[in-house]
Write a protein that binds this ligand. Structure first.
Ligand SMILES: [Zn+2]
Ligand SMILES: [Zn+2]
Ligand SMILES: [Zn+2]
Length: 106
């Protein structure tokens, strides 16, 4: 009688897309929260400022803030104020994420 040995499937590909070592990007929710102020930086709107460069959305709470190329850098301010670690680009056609803790793009 012939005995057939089955080999375990070779692990050539890792399914996890997030960079290793970054729990924030790994644990970020798959479904983004709804933007609190779609298309507008919340703090700039309160200041009457409309001179931002790009917008970023916090994946913890949906806060929309302006990027570091903008005069007020409200997205980074939001991280400093709240410690919400991951944001996503809020620009049309962009879907990258950023972890403030590790300065890591995903
Ligand atoms: Zn991280
Ligand atoms: Zn702003
Ligand atoms: Zn937030």
């Amino acid at each position: 009688m012939k005995k057939i040995l089955k080999r375990a499937a070779a692990r050539t590909q890792q399914p996890a897309p997030a960079p290793t070592g970054c729990e924030e990007l790994t644990n970020a929710p798959e479904t983004d929260p709804a933007a609190l102020t779609p298309g507008v930086c919340q703090e700039c709107a309160e200041l009457g400022e409309d001179n931002w460069s790009h917008l970023r959305m916090c994946l913890s709470c949906g806060h929309v803030g302006c990027c570091d190329s903008s005069p007020h850098q409200h997205a980074t301010n939001h991280y400093r104020d709240t410690a919400h670690p991951v944001m996503r680009s809020h620009e049309p056609g962009e879907s990258w994420r950023w972890c403030y803790v590790h300065d890591l793009m995903d």
